[in-house]
Design a protein around this ligand. Sequence first.
Ligand code: ADP
Length: 411
Amino acid sequence: MFRNLKLKLTLIYVMVVVIITLFFMAGIHMMMIRSMKAQSDEIMRLVARNAGLNAGNRGALQDSRWFDYFYVITGPSGNIIETSPNLPVSRNRLETLVGKALESGADKGRVKTSRRAEDIYMFLKTVPEQGSGHIVVFLDPEPQNFVSGRLVRAFTVTGLAGIVLTFFASYFMAGRALVPIKKSWERQKKFVADASHELRTPLAVIQTNLDIVRGSPEETVASQMQWLENIDTESRLMAKLVDDLLFLARADSQQELVSMDHFPLAPALDEVVKAFEPLAERRGIKLNYKKAPDISLYADRTRIKQLVSILLDNGLKYTPGGGEVTLEVKNPGHGAEIIVSDTGEGIAGEHHGKIFERFYRIDKARSREDGGAGLGLAIAGSIVKAHHGTIRVRSAAGEGSTFIVSLPGKN
Ligand code: ADP
C-alpha cells in the first residue's frame, strides 16, 4: 500500500515540476521569439528608410550577423528598378518573391518560392517618399529559426535530464514524507489489535461464567452469585476499557480534550484523596497528602483529577501492604508540580520510556489481575500534553517510584 502511495506521490511531484518548468520554458521561448521578431521588424524598417540612398545607416546593420536582408525598389507596375548589392537569390526567384510580396495585401508578412524552409523570407513593403512604386525589404528568418531551434533543443535536453533528476529526488522526498504517516498507521494498527485483544479477554470470561450459570438452571440466583459477580466485575472492566479507548481515540483525532478554567487545586485534590482513602486502608497502605494551599490552576479540573487518580491508583496497585503512597503539590512560581511517590516495587530503568505507551505493562498477568490494561499512564500522558505540561518518572526496581507532573501557569 505504501509503495503505491510513494509512487503516486512521486508522479504528482514530477508532474507539478514538469508543468511549472514547461510554463517557464515556454515563457522564455516566447519572449525570445518576440524580441527577435521586434528586432527583425526594426531592421527591415531601417533598411526600407535607407534603401536607395547609398549612404544610409548601413554600418549598424552590417554589424548584425544574425540578420540577412536585401531590398528591392520597384516601379509603379511592379518592375524591379533597383536592388541592394548583396542579393542572395537569383533574378528569377527575386522576381517571384517581389511579385508575391506585392500581391499580398499586407504591409509585412512571409513569402516563399518553394516549400523548403530556406526559401522562406520575411518582407516589409513601404512606399518611397518621392516617386511611385514600392520598397520591399526581404529578411531571411533562418538565423532566428536556428536560435529558436537551438533553444528548444537545449530545453529538451535539460528538461529530460531534469525530469529524471526530479523523479529520483521526488521518490526520496516522498519516502521521507511517508515516514510519519507509516509510523502512525502502524501504531493505529497495533492499537486496534491490542484493543481487540483486551476486549476479548473479559468477553471470554463473561461467556464462560454465563455458560456455568446456564448449565444449572435449577439453582437459585443466590447459589450462583459467585459467577454473577465475575460477570459483573468483567463487564465493569470492559466498560472502563471502552471509556479509556474512547478517550485515547479522541486524543488521536485531535479533538479538544480539555475545557480550561481557573480553579483552586487543593479542594479538587482533596476530593481525589478522599476517594482513595478506603482503598488504601483496605490494602494497609498509608496515604499521605502534602498540600500546597493557594495554588490556583488554569486547567481542566475533571482531567486533572483523572490524572491524579491514575497515579494514585497505580501507587496503591504496585505498593505492598505496609508501604506508603504520597501525593505532594508544589508551587514552582507559576503553574503547579504534582508529585505522586510510593514505596512500592519500583520500575527498572529499561521500562521508563515504555510505560507511557498504550497497553504496555511490565508484568501483564499481574496488571490484568489488578484490572490494568496498560492504558492508565498513556491517558495520563495525553492529559498532561493537552495542558502543555510534562510528566516524568524517577524510579528503580525495588526502590519505589515517583511520578512528577509539571503543569504550566496561564500563558
Ligand atoms: P496499568 O493499568 O497496567 O497500571 P499503566 O499505564 O497505568 O497501566 O501503567 C503501565 C505499567 O507501568 C504498569 O503495568 C506497571 O507495570 C508500571 N507502573 C505504573 N505505575 C507504577 C508504580 N507506581 N509502581 C510500579 N510500576 C508501575
